[in-house]
Design a protein around this ligand. Structure first.
Ligand code: BAL
Ligand code: ZN
Length: 865
């Protein structure tokens, strides 16, 4: 396959003003009749070339004349017309049941459903399947009424009728221009939850949530979240919904989390369905966030869309930023910020360090589905956040207003967005634009000097971005770097004559910068990268004392958490590299500081819970040049064990203090359950009898999934004997509920046990396991490969082989999911030479497969380079 390059962008040869589609739904032979009004774009005599894949062409009618002088192959239909304006009607047949890729139109769990982003529309009909071709759509759907009472598409329902043969039909019209990737069709028998929302200008919007039969009670949280998101976007960005109806459909078979199709969102049921018994607090949180994310796309993505797929971060980075701000406003801002940063440190930094490194606006793509990445999404959101920081909330809002005023109804570029931000505020973002084209994780090295005789303190910042697989040379970036200086009492030093101190921020634009402040009696402590103001790594040689001081006193809650993580990381790396001669002063300092954090539990429980949690293996991995798997893993467990046992009384008190009534999803209770389950996960590393009693009581008395699962996870982590038996009970109770069963599969797959490779095949042969269901595949394969450190990285290579064997099967079923789950195997670069070799051997085995999908070819070939 040939890579497409961003620099090769050309305007489309033809435009489409109107699309009329008629669907005659049939499980194996769906007939699609598509009639489009085309016009030639510019002066040229090139033929019309339409995209199309995995569809059977029946006939082509040009301006009412049946034609046969077209050319068709497995990817394109070419019509040799010389006309400037014409009507083309194309009839095709597709097989939704055979479509296991879950792209285009597919049939699963008794319903028809579509997924067109990025390039799935071409699996439905021949079309100019690119985001810069915007058109108005009329869609008529015919299907059997008894089996498919609900026939849905984008926009407003304008007509419907009944046929004598048991079929019925519905016609939809979307008044807004849209690209084909936002097209959607759903047909099935669902339960329907309805509500409404009054917009700020007084329009009444009907809200409709379609769920599996019998799941109606699990839809209330999603509808409530939608209404919150609609109100929030009006308040914060002045953005109002623009159709009279907003539909959300939850389906069990879905590649992504959800999809923002105009007026008809399709969701993975994981991000819709929730009740106390079956969903955790995290599930409730994620539903609110994803419902918000898809809703916010209506403006950032749908009203203003991407010119080409290289610009994906235009809509995704911006919309992730918007959903992050929404979530922060709905609950604890610092806890949310920590979650955002953990994704960057665990996954985005890892992507930068791998062969898949790319800028947030990629330059070259073989399979677009491979670029729905943490870099495009989450680093993309960090880049938007940096603009928010540089421009201030008001300036950012002005920029957004100008962006919509300029580009509403158009398909534009990331440059257009940045230009609007610059023009609205007069702030120069020319160097800032490099964040779009430069890949990699910048490192900011900070050093300082204090001259006691003059009281002068100088802080020096150096920035450097190491080379990445895709890009050898790097330039200096425009980095907003927030910081403060703490005096010996932990009070922030203010000196308005130093602009950076006044602003609590320095804008790094060159390789080296320094800031000086005079008149100090003692050397201050710099508290660095407040609120993670840029997606960078920071290197400063803190003393343990300084970290403790930041933990106690910094004015920035994020920095307090970050200092706690640095202290833990130091202990873990110390133990990993020198297990026989630990730095006792360091450990004392850590225990002392962490002991003090328990006092925060009453006043700031969300922050306390985050500070009492140690860094993940994935975060720790990004802090070293070479990952020593066993040493790092066992050091992490040992440090946790030390914290568990040295502070066991505090953990027990903390556990007992978190008293919560009947389940409600509300901030106070969420915080308490979080602290309680965190305590339990430490207690299982202490007195086993006591822990076992607490755990058993919690599991049997829980009225909610957060506590049930909390008990199970603690039993798993503590390797308690009762784990297996609790898992059996859990499976018996929940085997009918696919979303809960996913949790059960995941717990088995990421369990640390020496016979894990023998157990995985049992999971795959479980009657409820199916290769066709992406959620199930992710729960078993994803959990194992991403999170079962010792199992996946077993030194005999059996974990890697297991994944590769499986991917070779998944390749022909669902390449998109296969290419997602292969990620840990592609990130071999930081492992020891032996593991590198084993990982590359499995990648080479995959590369040898004759029928390898484009998705896997791109990832495997890059990783083997
Ligand atoms: N556009 C794909 C799914 C999402 O990011 O919302
Ligand atoms: Zn999105």
């Amino acid at each position: 396959p040939i890579a497409k390059k961003r620099s090769d962008y050309q305007q489309p040869d033809f435009l489409i003003s109107h699309v009329d589609m008629v669907f005659h739904l049939d499980i194996q032979k769906t007939r699609v009749i598509t009639t489009c009004q085309f016009s030639r774009n510019g002066e040229h005599n090139r033929p019309l070339v339409l995209d199309g894949e995995s569809i059977t062409l029946i006939k082509v009618v040009l301006n009412d004349n049946l034609i046969s002088d077209y050319d068709v192959n497995s990817e394109q239909l070419t019509i040799p017309t010389t006309e400037d304006e014409f009507t083309l009607c194309v009839e095709t047949v597709i097989n939704p049941e055979a479509n296991k890729t879950l792209e285009g139109l597919y049939f699963s769990a008794g319903a028809y459903c579509t997924q067109c982003e990025a390039e799935g529309f071409r699996k439905i009909t021949y079309f100019l399947d690119r985001p810069d071709v915007l058109a108005k759509y009329d869609v008529t759907i015919y299907a059997d009424k008894a089996r498919y009472p609900h026939l849905l598409s984008n926009g407003n329902q304008i007509d419907k009728g009944q046929l004598d043969d048991g079929r019925h039909w519905v016609k939809w019209q979307d008044p807004f221009n849209k690209p084909s990737y936002l097209f959607a069709l759903v047909a099935g028998d669902f339960d329907l939850l309805t509500d409404n929302f009054m917009t700020q200008s007084g329009r009444n919007v009907a809200l409709e949530l379609y769920v599996d039969k019998g799941a109606l009670d699990k839809g209330h949280h999603a509808i409530a979240s939608l209404k919150k998101a609609m109100a929030w976007d009006e308040q914060v960005f002045g953005l109002e919904y623009d159709l009279d109806i907003y539909m959300v459909v939850a389906v069990d078979f879905f590649n992504m989390g959800a999809m923002e199709n105009k007026g008809l969102n399709v969701f993975n049921s994981k991000f819709v369905l929730a009740d106390a018994e079956s969903a955790t607090d995290d599930d409730f949180f994620n539903i609110e966030a994803v419902i918000g994310h898809e809703y916010f796309h209506n403006w950032t993505g749908n009203r203003v869309t991407c010119r080409d797929w290289f610009q994906l971060s235009l809509k995704e980075g911006l919309t992730v930023f918007r959903d992050q701000q929404f979530s922060a406003d709905m609950s604890s801002p610092v806890f949310n910020r920590i979650k955002n940063v953990q994704i960057i440190r665990e996954h985005q930094f890892a992507e930068d360090a791998s062969a898949m490194a790319h800028p947030i606006r990629p330059e070259e793509v073989i399979e677009m589905n491979n670029f729905y990445t943490v870099t495009v999404y989450d680093k993309g959101a960090e880049v938007i956040r940096m603009m928010h920081t540089l421009l201030g909330a008001d300036g950012f809002r002005k920029g957004m207003d100008l962006y919509f005023a300029r580009f509403d109804g158009q398909a534009v570029t990331c440059d257009d967005f940045v230009q609007a931000m610059q023009d609205a505020t007069g702030i120069d973002l020319s160097q800032f634009r490099l964040w779009y084209s430069q890949s990699g994780t910048p490192k900011v090295t900070v050093s300082d000097e204090f001259d006691l005789s003059t009281g002068r303190y100088t802080l020096t910042f150096g920035q450097m971005t190491p080379p990445t697989a895709d890009q050898k040379t790097k330039q200096a970036l425009h980095i907003p770097f927030r910081f403060e200086l703490l005096d010996e009492q932990g009070v922030a030093i203010s000196d308005d004559s130093v602009p950076e101190l006044k602003a609590k921020m320095i804008e790094l634009t060159q390789d080296v910068h320094s800031v000086s402040v005079s008149g100090l009696n003692a050397k201050p402590t710099p508290s660095l990268l407040h609120n993670f103001s840029a997606p960078v790594k920071v290197d400063y040689a803190y003393t343990h004392q300084q970290l403790s001081s930041i933990i106690l006193y910094s004015g920035d809650e994020f920095a307090r958490w970050d200092a706690s993580q640095s202290l833990y990381s130091r202990c873990i790396h110390n133990l990993a590299t020198a297990p026989d001669s630990p730095d006792n002063a360091l450990f004392d300092s850590m225990l002392d500081s962490i002991g003090g954090v328990f006092a925060l539990a009453d006043t700031n429980p969300a922050l306390a819970a985050a500070m009492l949690s140690i860094p993940s293996f994935e975060t720790l991995s990004q802090q070293v040049d070479e990952i020593q798997v066993e040493a790092l893993y066992h050091a992490q467990r040992s440090v946790r064990h030390l914290i568990a046992t040295a502070l066991s009384d505090k953990w027990l008190t903390l556990y007992n203090n978190q008293v919560v009534g009947a389940y409600q999803y509300k901030a106070d209770d969420v915080d308490k359950r979080r602290l309680r389950n965190l305590s339990l996960s430490y207690l299982v590393q202490g007195d086993a009898t006591q822990a076992s009693e607490l755990l058993h009581a919690q599991f049997s008395q829980a009225d909610n999934m957060t506590d049930s699962l909390g008990a199970l996870k603690a039993a798993q982590y503590g390797k308690l004997e009762q784990f297996d038996q609790l898992m059996v009970q859990f499976e018996e109770r929940w085997r009918h509920d696919p979303l809960v069963l996913d949790k059960w599969f995941a717990l088995h797959a990421n369990m640390e046990r020496s016979d894990i490779l023998a157990r995985l095949p049992l999971l795959l042969s479980h009657e409820k396991f199916s290769l066709d269901n992406p959620n199930r595949v992710r729960s078993v394969l994803g959990s194992f490969a991403f999170y079962n450190v010792l199992g996946f990285h077993a030194i005999d290579g059996s974990g890697y082989k297991f994944l590769a064997d499986y991917l070779l099967k998944l390749n022909s079923v669902n390449p998109q999911v296969a290419a997602r789950v292969i990620t840990p195997l592609t990130q071999w670069q930081k492992f020891d030479p032996k593991r590198q070799e084993l990982m590359r051997y499995q990648l080479a085995r995959i590369a040898d497969c004759k029928e390898l999908s484009k998705d896997l070819i791109e990832k495997v070939s890059k990783s083997l380079n």
